[in-house]
Design a binder for this molecule. Structure first.
Ligand code: MRU
Length: 362
């Protein structure tokens, strides 16, 4: 997508290094960082310099390819893959992408592995862009359908949570791809953006993305969505996903479940956009079987922001010694999900609906 009129992707390979956008300093500073090794890639994923399920998958795939340049033995492949997998536990795209590379190089002699892995990682990056563009088309159709069903109001109010935009993917995004396509097609949109505490991907990243692309949006506190829904000011919700089970349970940024509950109570459709690489075919019950990342309590007791002098600062919100719990994701049961929007089309969030999708190699 464009930043100040220039086309960017969230990750670009440049020879044997990677250029990524540093998402820890947006929206205040736009800067790219260069990653040269698997260790730097792991560190970037862990610190959330890169984030979002599809993007961490592609970044890890490149990381494994870089590791194979140092040690292409079977043991080296396994060790690098384990180290990258350990960076973040919840988004299944990470495991999926590492498996794609491992399967691709397993039968090759060691001397051919690094180049083959790099080529496969390039292909995964391109596939991600194609998938997200297709998700955008399907999602935009769904939003237009909703707008028509409501009698073509002057504006369709859509609520989104976290950042499921191009920053979380290689390009386009998942939930935001639907909004980008709908906007391009002339659908009159207004987006409610949940701030998404504690890391504020809504306030810092989704606002920045939508502003850059001229889509009308309003930032709200995480708890305002239910009120706005009851006021009739939300026509649809659309979010991304970090893992979707074979029966349609959706794991996404913490707070998603509460929005889905409020949407169901108010008869508002709740759409989830995802590439099929986000489906974990091995599990059904998301609440029981998905490992939800427990992050530092300091993200709850403190907050980052820019002061009036333009300096990035960390500010304490809670008293010294406050104990805080910080689960980074939650699981929305399939029964609260109106539809899943994938690159292959829109399906119902249940076992039979998901079964209609081509099953990717896992
Ligand atoms: O912790 P994050 O910022 O990596 O979490 C991101 C999300 O929860 C997104 O909604 C999800 O990955 C979809 S990204 C296109």
């Amino acid at each position: 997508m464009n930043v100040n009129g220039q086309p960017y992707r969230s990750i670009v390979r440049d020879g044997h290094s990677l250029l990524v956008i540093d998402q820890t300093v947006l929206p205040h500073t736009f800067r790219q960082l260069r990653l040269h090794s698997a260790e730097q890639v792991a560190d970037a994923i862990r610190r959330m310099v890169v984030r979002g399920a599809p993007l961490i998958g592609v970044t890890a795939a490149y990381g494994l390819a870089l590791a194979l340049r140092e040690d292409a033995s079977d043991a080296g492949l396994q060790a690098a893959s384990d180290a990258l997998l350990a960076t973040r536990p919840t988004a299944v795209n990470l495991r999926w992408a590492l498996q794609q590379i491992q399967q691709h190089v397993a039968a090759l002699p060691a001397r051919e592995r690094a180049a083959a892995a790099l080529a496969r990682a390039d292909a995964l990056a391109e596939e991600d862009v194609r998938s997200n563009a297709a998700i955008g088309e399907h999602g935009a159709r769904l939003l237009r359908y909703r707008w028509e069903l409501l009698g073509k109001p002057p504006v369709l109010n859509v609520l989104t949570h976290c950042n499921a935009g191009w920053l979380g993917c290689v390009d386009w995004g998942t939930a935001l791809a639907a909004l980008y396509q709908a906007h391009r097609q002339g659908l009159p949109l207004h987006v409610w953006i949940d701030e998404t505490r504690p890391r504020n991907q809504g306030s810092s990243l989704t606002t920045w993305e939508l502003q850059s692309h001229g889509i009308a949006a309003t930032l709200i506190t995480d708890n305002a969505g239910g009120y706005l829904m009851r006021q009739g000011q939300v026509d649809a919700c659309i979010v991304g996903a970090d893992r979707v089970t074979a029966s349609g349970d959706v794991c996404n940024k913490v707070g998603t479940y509460l929005k889905a509950l409020a949407a169901a109570d108010n008869g508002i459709p709740f759409y989830v956009a995802l590439p099929t690489s986000t489906i974990d075919w091995q599990i059904r019950d998301g609440q029981q079987h998905i490992e939800v990342e427990d992050r530092s309590g300091e993200e709850v007791t403190h907050i980052w922001g820019r002061d009036d002098d333009g300096q990035l600062r960390r500010v304490q919100l809670a008293p010294d010694g406050t104990r805080a719990r910080n689960p980074a994701f939650d699981i929305t049961p399939a029964r609260l999900v109106t539809a899943l929007v994938t690159e292959h089309g829109v399906v119902a969030a249940h076992e039979a609906g998901l079964a209609t999708l081509r099953r990717p190699a896992q």
